[in-house]
Write a protein that binds this ligand. Structure first.
Ligand code: OGA
Ligand code: NI
Length: 335
């Protein structure tokens, strides 16, 4: 059988000190050459239990304008719920390949859901050192359980529990982001499709890599979602680009990492910025992450919110359906 999954390639290259050339990035991308060391700047960390809501709004607004990314602590999702989410995901990826292939992406299908390896057209044919699993976790009408692992048996209940808790955090985030722009609390979420908002879960699995200095996990990109809320495991790897440098994002136990995606950048008419980020891999340890992409439904038209546009601030983006935006992004066509 053709070796397709990075997990298989990793297990074969364990005792070597090389990786297949497909995974060696060009020099201007290699983490060993391009990472800023001795970081003086750090992605903002925001405590959501602060009784001063105005302060939270100010911090989130500032972080979203300056960085497009921040971490939140005391967000209300119990530690146990996050621990279980990580446990069932890890158990799934540790199953034999044949079992994982039962929920594989359907070849040739437009649907991104399922177990897979490559997501979009690769730049210069270079590959990322990562496998993934995608499936929708909310709303119930959009869920297709065909792409949810049956094993471990508690996978479904655990993921549903996380989805339920995450909705509370997401609603709060949209509210704070609205207030940070002087909008009504519901305006940002309404712009994203309101209750039809889609929660797309992704699990990234980055096996140990013999040459982490030469490879990347996920290549540099911005998320096409509105907002992405991510749970990492304890192995660092996420990097963000700011003022010409790549910075490591520090691991904080039980924190959630919130990314501003392209759709919020568009709705805010670029007041908030969609963060450019990538991931590095590790020589000995397996990195995993659980981002949930909060996306508008396919038919939702997204453009700058009219209140944010005037003569001094003309619209910076076209208004278009999310499905058309997604098609261009995945096929690397101009928007
Ligand atoms: C992604 C992504 C970051 C991470 O999957 O879009 O940016 O920390 N992942 O794994
Ligand atoms: Ni991303």
């Amino acid at each position: 059988m053709e070796l397709e999954r990075v997990q298989q390639i990793a297990s074969l290259s364990k005792c070597m000190d090389t990786i297949p050339t497909d995974y060696i990035r060009s020099e201007n991308e290699q983490p060993a050459v391009t990472t800023f060391h001795g970081a003086v700047l750090e992605v903002p960390v925001i405590d959501l239990s602060d009784p001063d809501e105005g302060k939270i709004v100010g911090l989130i607004s500032e972080a979203s304008r300056e960085w497009g990314i921040f971490q939140v602590v005391n967000h209300g999702i119990p530690e146990e719920v996050m621990r279980k989410l990580q446990q069932v995901g890890k158990e799934f990826f540790e199953l034999p390949l044949e079992e994982k292939e039962l929920v594989a992406k359907i070849p040739g299908s437009q649907n991104i859901e399922g177990y897979g390896t490559r997501l979009q057209k690769e730049v210069e044919g270079k590959k990322g050192w990562v496998d993934h699993l995608f499936h929708i976790i909310w709303p119930p009408s959009a869920i297709n359980y065909r792409f949810w692992p049956k094993n471990p048996p508690s996978y479904r209940e655990t993921s549903e529990d996380y989805a339920k808790r995450l909705r509370g955090v997401a609603d709060k985030m949209f509210e704070y982001l609205s207030k940070g722009l002087g909008l009504e609390p519901s305006e940002m979420k309404d712009g994203m499709g309101g209750e039809d908002l889609i929660y797309m879960m992704k699990i990234n699995y980055y096996p140990p890599c013999p040459r982490p200095d030469l490879a990347l996990g996920v290549v540099a990109h911005t998320d096409m979602s509105g907002l992405t809320i991510l749970v990492p495991n304890e192995v660092p790897g996420l990097q963000v680009f700011k003022d010409d440098y790549w910075y490591d994002v520090k691991y904080i136990p039980n924190a959630l990492i919130v990314h501003i995606g392209d759709q919020i950048q568009i709705l805010s008419n670029a007041k908030y910025k969609s963060v450019f980020h990538r991931t590095t891999v590790n020589k000995e340890m397996t990195r995993m992450s659980w981002p949930v992409f909060l996306e508008p439904p396919p038919e939702q038209e997204i453009g700058p919110i009219p209140k944010l546009v005037n003569e001094e601030n003309p619209p910076k983006f076209k208004t278009k359906k999310f499905k058309d935006y997604a098609y261009c992004k995945l096929n690397k066509l101009p928007q």
